[in-house]
Structures are given as C-alpha cells and as structure tokens.
Design a binder for this molecule. Structure first.
Ligand code: NAD
Length: 347
C-alpha cells in the first residue's frame, strides 16, 4: 500500500485522509510527533502531479515541523496538512469549512495554520468550524499573516551567518540573491534592503519581481539563473529540493540561508555543501519565525513576545554553526541532533 510504504521509508507515520465530494476536498493531515505538545503546522493548498506526491509532501513537511518547534523551544509537536487543489472552479468557503471539520475531528491533536496557497481569510473560515486553528485575521483575534515573522527570523539567521563567516555585523553592500519573492521573499527583501544589502531576485511571477525592483532597487534575473549568480548569500524562498546534484556544482555563494522548507533534496547534500565550503543555515532552524508567531497566538497573542522570540533565531543559527565547526559535522546534522536531544529529553 503506497501510504504505508511512504511511512516505512520515512520511519514514522500517522496520517488522516479525507475526501468530501460536495466540497471537492481531498486532504491529508500528517502528524509526526506529539511529544512536546499538540502538533502545529500549516495547511498547504497546492496542485500535485498525483496523490502520492501530496502524501509524501505532507509526511516530509510534518517531520520538519517537529524539528522546527523543538529547535525554537516551542511546546508543540510537528504536523502538516495538504489540500490537493481542485481542478477547475471551486467554492473556497466550502472547501475550508470541510477541512476545518476534518481538523476538528482530531480533537486538538493537530492545530492548523496558514501555509503556501492559504490565507488568513481561509483560517477565518476554518475558525468558524473549529478552535484548533491559528493565523486567523488580526480583527478575528488571530495573529494574521505569519510571513513577516518568517522573514524577520530569516534576516536574523542571515546576520548570524554573515557574522560567523565574514566576521562582520553589517549587511551594507553585501550581495544577496533571493529566489522567490512571494509572501516571505517580499518581506525578506524589505528587511535586507533596510539594512543596506544589494539584492538580486527571481520569480516566475513578473509582477512580484517588478514590485521588489521598484521598492527595494533589486536587480531581476531569470528563474534559471538565480542559483548560479555570484553572491554572498543565496536565499531560497520558493520551493523545496533546490539544493541537489544539479544545483550544487553551479552555486557561487558563500552562504545559503532562506525560508523554503526542505531545501536539501537529500540529507547528504548538506554534507556536500559543507565539503564545498558553503555555509548552510538549516531551513527549519532559520524559518521558524512564522511558527513562533502562530504558537504565540495560542497563549494569547502579544506581538512583542513573538518578535523577541523570533529575534533569537540569530542565536539558534550561531550556536548551530559553532557546534558544526567544533565537531566538524555539517550544520544540518547538528540542527537535527539538537532537536532530537530535546525530544528524547521528554520521552
Ligand atoms: P509564496 O507562495 O507566497 O511564495 C513563493 C514564491 O515563489 C511565489 O512568488 C512564486 O511565484 C515563486 N516561485 C515559484 N516557482 C519559482 C521558481 N522556479 N523560481 C523562483 N520563484 C518561484 O510562499 P511563501 O509563503 O512565501 O513561502 C515560501 C517558502 O517558504 C515555501 O517553501 C514555504 O513552505 C516556506 N515557508 C513559509 C513560511 C511562511 O510564513 N509563509 C514559513 C516557513 C517556511
């Protein structure tokens, strides 16, 4: 059975699947761990080549959420939801109501949130069906769009990398290439521009690159060139798997630090980066700002607390890089070790 095969390959698995014909809902919720608390993770709405690809995405992303929460010091486990985007027209309200009901049936074992393809308005609809949702609109008592917090954390992580590798505090004049200037990428460009960095960007959506070119003076290049530009930092903010056998030989950056989840196509690609002398900020360590923000919502939302916890991503990345250097282990392995240690400490 394909579902069990995926679980066996990844070494874990608790998966909930629902089809609802009336609302066109085809959804998967994967829970990786509840050791530290209820699973928390976004709901992705995306087109997938087939159901298997959606399942694999949910399972891999849920595992990353466990490590993300553990490293960020949150009392949450890891989970993720995937809704396969219906082909053709569909009623968005009905789709997210049906998904909210699915979340509700799990009785609080999984809290959902915004992710790629979903919005605070979608979370608002889910909230009308279940309390187990975060990231609803601010007027609705929610914490709103998590992307600015994710971008803030990535900016702090980039600063830690720059200090570690280049021994400098300032980003002024440094060249940073941002792949994907959607929700997080746009806010990251804003943060980096404010600190004096020189930006080069690429996105499949020309309106988005035009906006950052106009607002932040970014240079636009094609999506096929962005990973090959000589720069100080390459910041993947579009999709996973970007660090792979094909891209690694073409990279001409000193640091990789961006928001995208699952940047390493395979675990060993992190070792190959280290061998090439490229410093990699592990994705789930640097992109935790949005998760920190939505987790704060569950405790009674206070923006200043979410912000101060997000700023600590500088220390998280710094500590990972230091330990990686001293133990001569690639940063992604150090990050996984720290996260697993926290998980075993509560077993
Ligand atoms: P988004 O969909 O708003 O932005 C992604 C952007 O990438 C879009 O503008 C899209 O046009 C662009 N893109 C697609 N294919 C591309 C290509 N081949 N080359 C360049 N650009 C391309 O998503 P987002 O919320 O900004 O998230 C970006 C990444 O960060 C995702 O991997 C997501 O899982 C991860 N992430 C997001 C958050 C968050 O708070 N939104 C938190 C943690 C991690």
């Amino acid at each position: 059975m394909a579902v069990l095969n995926h679980m066996r390959n990844l070494g874990y698995g608790e998966v909930f699947i629902r089809h609802n014909a009336a609302s066109h809902l085809n959804a998967i919720i994967a829970i990786h761990s509840s050791l530290l608390g209820p699973a928390l993770g976004g709901c992705r709405l995306a087109v997938y080549p087939d159901d298997d690809a959606a399942l694999h995405d949910a399972l891999r992303l849920a595992e990353g959420m466990t490590y993300k929460a553990a490293l960020a010091g949150l009392d949450h486990g890891g989970g993720k939801a995937v809704i396969i985007e219906p082909r053709g027209a569909f009623d968005r309200h009905a789709l997210f109501s049906a998904f909210g009901d699915m979340v509700h049936q799990l009785g609080g074992r999984y809290y959902t949130a915004e992710d790629s393809g979903t919005t605070p308005e979608d979370m608002h609809v889910i909230r009308s069906v279940t309390p187990y949702v975060t990231g609803a609109t601010i007027g609705d008592g929610g914490s709103g769009d998590p992307s600015p917090f994710t971008a803030l954390g990535v900016r702090c992580g980039i600063q830690a990398c720059i200090k570690f590798v280049l021994h400098q505090d300032s980003l002024t004049g440094l060249h940073i290439c941002v792949q994907g200037v959607g929700s997080v990428g746009y806010h990251l460009c804003r943060e980096l521009h404010a600190m004096g960095a020189r930006l080069t960007v690429a996105d499949t959506d020309a309106n988005k690159t035009a906006r950052v070119a106009q607002e932040f003076g970014a240079t636009i290049v094609s999506v096929s060139d962005i990973a090959q530009i000589e720069c100080d930092v390459f910041a993947p903010c579009a999709f996973g798997g970007i660090i792979n056998d094909i891209s690694i030989p073409q990279l001409r950056c000193r640091i990789i630090a961006g928001a995208a989840n699952n940047q390493l196509a395979m675990e060993h690609h992190g070792d190959v980066l280290a061998a090439r002398g490229i410093t990699y900020a592990p994705d789930y360590a640097i992109n935790a700002g949005g998760l920190i923000n939505v987790a704060q919502e569950l405790k009674g939302y206070r923006e200043e607390i979410a912000r101060s916890r997000t700023l600590k991503i500088f220390d998280t990345i710094w500590n990972i890089l230091e330990e990686a250097k001293h133990s001569n282990i690639a940063p992604h392995r150090v990050a996984a070790r720290i996260a697993r240690n926290r998980l075993t400490s509560v077993k």
